[in-house]
Design a protein around this ligand. Structure first.
Ligand SMILES: NC(=O)c1ccc[n+]([C@@H]2O[C@H](COP(=O)([O-])OP(=O)(O)OC[C@H]3O[C@@H](n4cnc5c(N)ncnc54)[C@H](O)[C@@H]3O)[C@@H](O)[C@H]2O)c1
Ligand SMILES: N[C@@H](CCO)C(=O)O
Ligand code: NA
Length: 436
């Protein structure tokens, strides 16, 4: 068997500890799969003296170091699971310059500065793998980068944030308000003490940017993603969604689109109504799923755990085995593919169906006025439902309007005009309908 490959781990938290353990526990099998043993040469942490469950008192403890820079220079493969932009970015670049291949789980870094890393890896002739950065354990980066490399991806719809999926699911199953459900997610360790990155959609937006880059061979960064989190979703929205045969999901959407004869792509993250018959509607709890529509393959769905130490370590170790095999056998994996260079179209160009809930005066002619506003803005109505809803006051009717496909900008103008009508008391909610 060839000499061991030196593996440097950056970070020994939720993911790093699991990766280290599995490297030790399954050392023989991993060596057989790679064709060489994988030897951990060090684990970089902020404070080597602080006690760590599963590390302190084990054979891993002497490997802890606070000198990450020195560690990356002597490695064959660097596994970055520390997170954040700096020093992760500098350390990855140092590793690449020193000729090491890199495996990272860092979606935030890839979505903000991926091209710098890809370019450096390409120039140095080393691998940069990142399966764990999107939807944790679910194989999705590799299927899109490799298995679908001969196809034309048209659209990707993903539930890529487990925390928000858990929260929305709890709102649906027990009628919880958002705040209550977030507290529950925090108690279970899904949501951070500061849940902003999850509930405001930043985490999903980073993953959307990475998926869109891969699917459409185009550079897409976090700034290109139109983002709306779930903080505006109420228990009433969820109940109404159920009544009309939908689930509310936070979706990451990347799709081909055409605007003013210009072919481009659209990347957005927002809560959406998904018909209960759609496979994404059945993704419960903290699970993730990515639904891909490709020209030849048709519809595909990838489902599993998007977070957690063990599931995420599965993706990290899969990447580690791949890049290590390349070092043993020669060759490399795919490099960045951005040849298509499609423009990222503005959010207002997105086309989808909408469901608008309105409280209006309950008297003759009101429905006609409302319908006229939609017609004026070229928004076609698919269905209208009127109910004397519990929550609504006397003399007030609640209208639920579902539109045919309309442009985001047309819908926004419609909602503004509806708000200005005297007969409209309140535009209670506007939700996009996806996957229909
Ligand atoms: N936890 C998950 O479920 C999950 C899922 C997918 C991807 N990820 C990604 O994996 C990465 C790690 O996540 P985690 O949950 O294990 O984080 P964590 O906070 O549990 O662990 C981070 C580790 O990195 C170390 N570290 C941080 N900054 C450092 C620095 N400047 N110098 C030295 N060491 C430093 C910390 O000491 C700690 O050991 C992140 O990029 C995250 O986005 C996590
Ligand atoms: N916080 C993320 C996990 C890491 O990306 C989630 O809830 O899915
Ligand atoms: Na993944």
């Amino acid at each position: 068997m060839p000499a061991p490959l030196k593996v440097a781990l950056l970070g020994c938290g939720v993911v790093g500890t699991e990766v280290a353990h599995r490297l030790v526990t399954h050392a023989d099998e991993l060596a057989a799969r790679v064709g060489a043993p994988l030897e951990i040469v060090g684990i970089a942490v902020r404070d080597a003296a602080s006690p760590r469950e599963g590390v302190t008192g084990t054979s891993l403890e002497p490997l802890l170091t606070t000198d990450a820079s020195a560690l990356v220079r002597g490695a064959d493969v660097v596994v970055e699971v520390m997170g954040g932009i700096e020093p992760a970015r500098t350390l990855i670049l140092q590793a690449i310059e020193a000729g090491a291949s890199v495996v990272t789980a860092n979606k935030a870094l890839l979505a903000s500065d991926g091209p710098t890393l890809y370019k450096a890896a390409d120039a140095a002739g080393v691998d940069l793998y990142f399966e764990a950065a999107v939807a944790g354990a679910i194989p999705i980066v590799r299927p899109v980068r490799e298995s679908l490399a001969g196809d034309q991806v048209q659209r990707v719809l993903g539930i890529v944030n487990g925390t928000t999926n858990y929260v929305l699911d709890r709102m649906a199953t027990d009628g919880l308000e958002l705040e209550q459900a977030v507290k529950e997610a925090q108690a279970l360790g899904y949501a951070e003490a500061d849940p902003t990155a999850d509930v405001e959609g930043y985490d999903a937006a980073a993953k959307a940017a990475i998926l869109a880059s891969l699917a459409f061979h185009t550079r897409v960064s976090l700034d290109d993603v139109a983002r709306e989190g779930i903080t505006g979703v109420t228990a009433a929205d969820v109940a109404w969604a159920q009544r009309t045969g939908h689930a509310i999901k936070l979706l990451a959407i990347a799709e081909r689109n055409v605007r003013d004869d210009v072919a481009g792509i659209q990347v957005r993250v927002h809560p959406a109504l998904v018909p209960l018959e759609h496979p994404l509607a059945g993704v419960r709890g903290a699970f993730n799923a990515v639904f891909v529509e490709a020209e030849a393959a048709g519809e595909l769905m990838f489902y599993g755990r998007g977070a957690g130490g063990a599931p995420t370590s599965s993706a990290v170790l899969g990447d580690l085995v791949s890049v290590a095999r390349h070092r043993v056998l020669g060759g490399r994996g795919p490099v960045e593919s951005s040849y298509a260079d499609l423009p990222v179209l503005p959010a207002e160009a997105a086309c989808t169906r909408f469901q608008v809930r309105l409280d209006v005066d309950d008297r003759p002619g009101v429905l006609a006025q409302v319908a006229h506003v939609l017609a004026e803005h070229d928004v076609s109505i698919e269905a209208v439902r009127q109910s004397a809803d519990a929550g609504a006051a006397t003399g007030v009717a609640r209208l639920l309007i579902t539109t045919h496909t309309a442009r985001e900008s047309a819908l926004a103008a419609t909602v503004a005009a509806l708000t200005d009508l005297d007969v409209v008391r309140d535009v209670v909610s506007v939700l996009r309908v996806e996957g229909a």
